[in-house]
Design a protein around this ligand. Structure first.
Ligand SMILES: [Zn+2]
Ligand SMILES: [Zn+2]
Length: 176
């Protein structure tokens, strides 16, 4: 998902349009919290902002994306798919961005190409739910026998407890 900026290099206010329908491999970019499922439709334009020495080096990308991502349910540990869509602006600079200026969302243009997938993935990552749920009322797994309570029932005695507190609970003296 790379866009060549060769045509607009050093040309202030010039833009290039792009449209992609491609797969994006999130893992290739270091994301392991989600998978982009199926094709991603991504379109937009990159404008040369006309800043810096001889109008080069700074660009803005307007991006619209639409795809589906696969997440793992935090209760029943099953993968599930949700649609994601969004529009955003991103800054690109030629070469490596200067990390010292405190602006986090600057992407680099390498060999005259802006990688739009990197921006889309970063945006998707930013909007991920903290605790993904396959459905609002997912019953999760039985903490004792591990049965998927959406599908089966079990006869384990059950105390409603957030699994994150389970460890903490084990440190406390037993109640019964
Ligand atoms: Zn679930
Ligand atoms: Zn059980």
């Amino acid at each position: 998902m790379k866009v060549s900026i060769a045509k607009i290099k050093s040309k202030a206010a010039m833009a290039v349009d792009f449209t992609f329908t491609e797969t994006i491999h999130a893992a290739d970019y270091g994301y392991d919290d989600f998978v982009v499922a199926g094709l991603a439709s991504v379109s937009g334009k990159i404008v040369n902002l006309g800043l810096g020495v001889d109008n080069s080096g700074q660009y803005q990308a307007d991006i619209h994306y639409q795809t589906e991502i696969e997440l793992i349910c935090s209760r029943c540990v099953k993968p599930f798919t949700i649609p994601v869509e969004g529009a955003l602006c991103a800054q690109f600079v030629d070469g490596a961005p200067d990390e010292s200026d405190g602006e986090a969302d600057i992407f680099s243009i390498e060999k005259d190409h802006a990688d739009i997938a990197a921006v889309v993935l970063s945006e998707i990552f930013f909007t991920l739910p903290m605790q993904p749920l396959c459905r609002e009322d997912c019953k999760g797994l039985c903490p004792k026998c591990g049965v998927d309570l959406n599908v089966n029932s079990c006869s384990c005695e059950r105390v409603a407890i957030d699994p994150r507190w389970e460890k903490l609970k084990s440190l406390l003296p037993t109640e019964d």
